[in-house]
Design a protein around this ligand. Structure first.
Ligand code: GAL
Length: 709
């Protein structure tokens, strides 16, 4: 009897739970499995949905067959299974560097410094995936989870692979077809969210809006950033800013590396009085030059820090580089740690932080056996430490009603709205571009930062991509490189940096779309309508149905991306003289000349060293301002030139606000509608809607330029 009861109990526990899907926002559903842990990615990030924008996106129907989703809790772990169709492709599962298509991959989602393999260990291992069929799934857990993204085959599978005989069948494969995504979460329950489409871009928008919408940087954040060698003094930093001005290179932010502090690492978070005797005076002098200062830190507290004894009771059992690790889930630790940042940094005028080394490598980070006074597991703290740092440092800027735009080395699900860009120490240029593509599926921003180069060719190729990225930055903390370091391409580099400045109205409006509509400003081609739908090329020859794994590794396009609404960027890498570009359907035009280049096909381009291939969609409008060395000041009125490409009527929503405060959150912003169309005589006519009364208006004279003749 006892045995029978035990068997019955085991069967019941192991049998799949029927999930109840609660609509939580239009087009978003939540199901609860077992007993989810109270501490998860959404509680750590504090993300709150943008209900107004989600409501505007509207309702959809539940995008998956409900009965095909299963969940079981066995032995303290949650087993999840989601169905896959034969032709479906998967994107996401965090900030991957070498692959875009994730179907056929096995990943252990784990915050870590990227180690050269897409195995789930990365700077933002967001447990979110997007299907080409137009839905998304988010697992809200702060645990390391294992994902089998279409690799595992259950014996009761509804769509099993055909059994093959290797002895006789040449097409035998070691990776048979799998009809499911299966995920193991090491917790006795979890929350699951499903996001509707109908298009993959709608899924991504919903995901970002559910996390509060993407960040809106200040205008100056979209200018140029130079990070200086780690032991530079105040005098040297000022001289560097003067050199930029003198040579005519744009500069909005200077980044100070570890040596601004009296000790690092571990850190004191206090200025070094020999290198920076008068921090407030230094910050003011810099600001008068139109340049802001960003400060490097890692959060590990030095015994020499003035906050050390106060924060010590609220730190972890283990140290990192002998520094104590604040338990940032505790209000006491938050008060002490961020109080110090406010005192020496935010209040005197520091523009933001570069929050380093919150990701890993295992051998220096706290181990999984570490304990934290809050009782959260070391694993949960590792998955969320970047989120905590972003959330609480942002709060300091909100208190001042000043926007920030900083750098971070780890983030996770729930972090879309944080004004931080991910970077790392890895340096493969091609992989940096693949990361830029994948950032759009992970709810994060990524910079392909330039550090140093072996040749002027590599220097300029890297510089070209950083100019078409969320953060245009040279990180010279070690190399001491300047934009003009390679004299033979220095003029081209200067022109690129000035182009970045000219494009500020475009970048700014695209970030406003990220914030208000959830559309990532830099994104995968796979989110673009018409991409590959009608590619006149043998690209689509391998049958995904026959061998999804082969498709995953061979046919993905991971070296071109969309920048804003209208631009397609196809970088070249050192050593390349020409490359192919896959154009979505519709006419595409050369960004520089306005000439038609193709429609839904692969083209080959051979640009000179001075050009990064950029293409514009038919009807594309690109707002530009005059070239300048610093972002416009709040309220400064600038003239706008609208470039028009192709022949379709074009519209653009040009965003405007004060550029620096959070007043946009209270409605102090406007989108001005620009319309351009071609007249029967071949000339163009353009209009811009009037400014909204009572709203900031920085848009001066507007001129229109016909790029396609
Ligand atoms: C690294 C970081 C570099 C630089 C350096 C300074 O961890 O990725 O960009 O800041 O620390 O020590």
């Amino acid at each position: 009897m006892k045995t029978l009861f035990f068997v019955l109990l085991t069967v019941t526990l192991a049998s799949a739970q029927t999930l109840t899907w609660q609509p939580v926002q239009p087009g978003i559903w939540k199901a609860t499995v077992g007993k989810p842990e109270a501490y998860n990615l959404l509680t750590a990030s504090g993300a709150m949905p943008n209900i107004v924008a989600l409501t505007k996106l509207g309702q959809t129907t539940f995008p998956l067959p409900k009965l095909a989703i299963s969940a079981r809790v066995i032995d303290g772990k949650t087993y999840l299974r989601f169905p896959l169709n034969r032709t479906e492709q998967l994107y996401g599962f965090g900030l991957n560097f070498q692959t875009v298509h994730q179907r056929g991959r096995i990943l252990n989602l784990h915050v870590d410094h990227y180690g050269g393999t897409d195995n789930g260990r990365t700077h933002a291992p967001t447990p979110f995936y997007v299907s080409s069929d137009g839905y998304g799934v988010f697992i809200n857990s702060a645990r390391y989870m294992t994902v089998y993204a279409g690799t595992a085959v259950r014996k009761d599978s509804p769509d099993p692979p055909v059994s093959q005989d290797r002895n006789t069948d040449k097409s035998w494969t070691s990776r048979p077809y799998s009809d499911a995504v299966e995920i193991l979460v090491p917790a006795a329950g979890v929350e699951i969210y499903v996001f509707g489409g109908p298009k993959p871009l709608d899924v991504v928008r919903r995901y970002n809006l559910f996390n509060g919408g993407g960040c809106l940087p200040p205008r100056w954040g979209l200018g140029f950033q130079q990070r200086v060698p780690k032991l530079y003094t105040a005098g040297e930093v000022q001289a560097e800013a003067d050199a930029f001005e003198h040579k005519g290179f744009p500069l909005d932010v200077v980044g100070l590396e570890p040596g601004w502090q009296s000790k690092s690492y571990p850190c004191t978070f206090e200025w070094d009085k020999t290198r920076f005797p008068d921090p407030k005076g230094f910050l003011t002098t810099m600001l008068n030059k139109g340049v802001r200062a960003n400060l490097w830190l890692n959060p590990y507290v030095s015994p020499s820090a003035s906050i050390f004894s106060a924060i010590s009771p609220f730190t972890a059992s283990h140290t990192v580089w002998t520094g104590q690790v604040p338990d940032l889930t505790l209000p006491q630790a938050q008060r002490i740690f961020f109080g110090q940042l406010a005192k020496d940094g935010v209040v005197p005028g520091v523009s933001g932080y570069k929050i380093d080394e919150v990701d890993g490598y295992d051998w220096w980070l706290w181990p999984d056996v570490a304990t934290f006074p809050s009782g959260h597991a070391a694993e949960q703290m590792r998955q969320t430490y970047g989120l905590l740092m972003q959330q609480h440092s942002l709060a300091l800027y909100k208190q001042q009603n000043r926007r920030t735009f900083g750098l971070i080395r780890a983030s996770n699900g729930g972090g879309s709205s944080f004004p931080y860009v991910i970077y790392n120490d890895y340096y493969k240029h091609q992989d940096f571009i693949t990361a830029l593509i994948n950032s759009s599926f992970a709810g994060v921003l990524w910079t392909p930062e330039v550090r140093s180069s072996d040749s002027s060719e590599e220097w300029i190729r890297r510089f070209q991509t950083v100019v078409f990225s969320p953060l245009a930055m040279i990180n010279a903390w070690d190399s001491g490189a300047k934009p003009w370091s390679f004299a033979d391409v220095s003029q081209e580099v200067q022109e690129l940096a000035l182009l970045r400045m000219r494009m500020m109205p475009y970048w700014y409006s695209e970030f406003a779309n990220y914030h208000f509509d959830g559309t990532p400003p830099f994104r995968a081609m796979n989110l673009e309508e018409g991409f590959r739908a009608d590619v006149k090329h043998e690209l689509l020859t391998t049958s995904l149905e026959k061998n999804p794994y082969a498709e995953a590794v061979r046919q993905e396009i991971k070296d071109q991306y969309m920048a804003g609404e209208y631009l397609l960027v196809a970088p070249l890498f050192a050593g390349q003289k020409s490359r192919t570009v896959t154009l979505p359907t519709g006419n595409w035009y050369d960004f520089y000349t306005g000439e038609l280049v193709g429609n839904g096909q692969q083209i080959t381009v051979t640009p000179g060293l001075d050009r990064i291939p950029v293409f514009v969609k038919d009807g594309g409008l690109i707002p530009l301002m005059p070239a300048r060395l610093h972002a416009p000041k709040p309220g400064e009125v600038v003239p706008i030139e609208i470039r028009y490409y192709g022949s379709k009527p074009g519209t653009y929503r040009l965003y405007d606000d004060d550029g620096e405060t959070f007043n946009y959150e209270k409605g102090q912003y406007s989108f001005r509608t620009i319309r351009v169309s071609k007249q029967p005589n071949g000339r163009i006519s353009g209009t811009i809607s009037p400014p909204e009364p009572g709203k900031p208006n920085t848009i001066g004279t507007v001129t229109f330029m016909q790029m396609t003749k």
